[in-house]
Design a protein around this ligand. Structure first.
Ligand SMILES: Nc1ncnc2c1ncn2[C@@H]1O[C@H](COP(=O)(O)OP(=O)(O)O)[C@@H](O)[C@H]1O
Ligand SMILES: [Mg+2]
Length: 254
C-alpha cells in the first residue's frame, strides 16, 4: 500500500494502565477513517503519541515513508501530520484572521516576523480570506474568538489545521460540544476537505461516522479490535461487546 501515514506496534502505559496496546494502523492519501471506541479507550492518547505530544514506550511512526519517532511535534506538522484538539485551543482575544495568518506564517517559515505585520502581507491575507470563505467564516474574520459561537470556533480549528497544508489530518471529536443545529456545517466542512488528504476522525456520533468514513477502526482498552468497512462494524461481535460493556458500565456508574 502507498502509505502516507503508518504506525506499527505502538505501545504506551501510564503506570500499570496500558492505553495503547500494540497498535498498528496505516493510511493512504484520500483515506477517510473513523476511529471510534468507548470513553477511555485510548483514542486521544493515540493522537498524542503519533503527533509527538506524548512519547511512546515502543513502536514506530512513519510519515510519507520517513520515520519521525525522533522528530518533535512541530517537525511532524512540517512533514504534514496535523491534528485538532478534542477541546478547542483557540486564543479567545485573537480573531479568526489572526489565527489563520499565524498558521500560514508558521508554515511558510516566517513566524519570526513581528506579530501583526501579516495583516499587511498580501499573500497571507489572500490565503486567509480564501480559507475563511471556504468554511463560511468570512464575515467573522475580524471578530474576537470569544465573540463567535462554539460551532464556528470548531470550524475555525479546521481552518487553522488546513492552513498548515496537511497531508494527514487527525480530528479529535470535531463536533463535540456543538449544538445539533450547527453540526451540519462541520459535516459539510469535512465533506469539502481535499480528496487527496488522508483524514482520521475520532467521533462518537455514529450517524456522522457512517456518512463520513469509508473505513472504521475500533479501539477498546488500548487495543484495535476492528479495522474494516462501516457495513461490517455493526455486525462485529467484539465491537458490540465493547460498546455494550461500556454502556452497562456507564449505567452501573450512573
Ligand atoms: N497523561 C495521562 N496520565 C495518566 N493517565 C492518562 C493520561 N492521559 C490519558 N490517561 C488515561 O488513559 C486512558 C485513555 O484516555 P484517552 O486516550 O483520553 O481516551 P479516549 O480519548 O478514548 O476517551 C484513560 O483511562 C485516561 O484516564
Ligand atoms: Mg478523547
Amino acid at each position: 500500500m502507498n502509505a502516507i501515514f503508518e504506525v506499527t506496534n505502538l505501545r504506551k502505559a501510564f503506570g500499570g494502565l496500558t492505553v495503547t496496546n500494540d497498535v498498528s494502523l496505516s493510511m493512504a492519501p484520500g483515506d477517510r477513517v473513523a476511529l471510534i471506541g468507548p470513553n477511555g479507550a485510548g483514542k486521544t492518547s493515540f493522537v498524542n503519541l503519533v503527533t509527538g505530544n506524548l512519547r511512546p514506550d515502543a513502536g514506530e511512526i512513519h510519515i510519507a515513508g520517513h520515520n519521525v519517532n525522533r522528530i518533535d511535534a512541530i517537525g511532524r506538522v512540517r512533514r504534514g501530520l496535523v491534528r485538532s484538539f478534542q477541546v478547542t485551543r483557540l486564543f479567545q482575544d485573537m480573531t479568526p484572521a489572526e489565527h489563520i495568518g499565524m498558521a500560514v506564517l508558521q508554515r511558510t517559515g516566517r513566524s519570526g516576523r513581528m506579530f501583526g505585520n501579516f495583516l499587511a502581507m498580501r499573500d497571507v491575507m489572500a490565503e486567509t480570506e480564501e480559507l475563511l470563505g471556504t468554511l463560511g467564516l468570512a464575515g467573522l474574520a475580524h471578530r474576537k474568538v470569544s465573540e463567535i459561537a462554539y460551532g464556528q470556533q470548531r470550524l475555525l480549528e479546521i481552518a487553522v489545521a488546513m492552513a498548515l497544508k496537511p497531508k494527514v489530518l487527525l480530528l479529535d471529536e470535531p463536533a463535540a460540544g456543538v449544538p445539533q443545529s450547527d453540526t451540519g456545517r462541520i459535516e459539510q466542512a469535512l465533506a469539502d476537505l481535499p480528496p487527496d488528504l488522508a483524514v482520521l476522525m475520532i467521533e462518537h456520533d455514529m450517524d456522522l461516522v457512517f456518512r463520513f468514513a469509508k473505513r472504521v477502526v475500533v479501539l477498546a482498552a488500548g487495543t484495535i479490535i476492528f479495522d474494516g468497512s462501516p457495513k461490517d462494524v455493526t455486525q462485529d461481535a467484539r465491537v458490540r461487546e465493547a460498546y455494550l460493556g461500556s454502556y452497562a458500565h456507564a449505567r452501573h456508574a450512573a
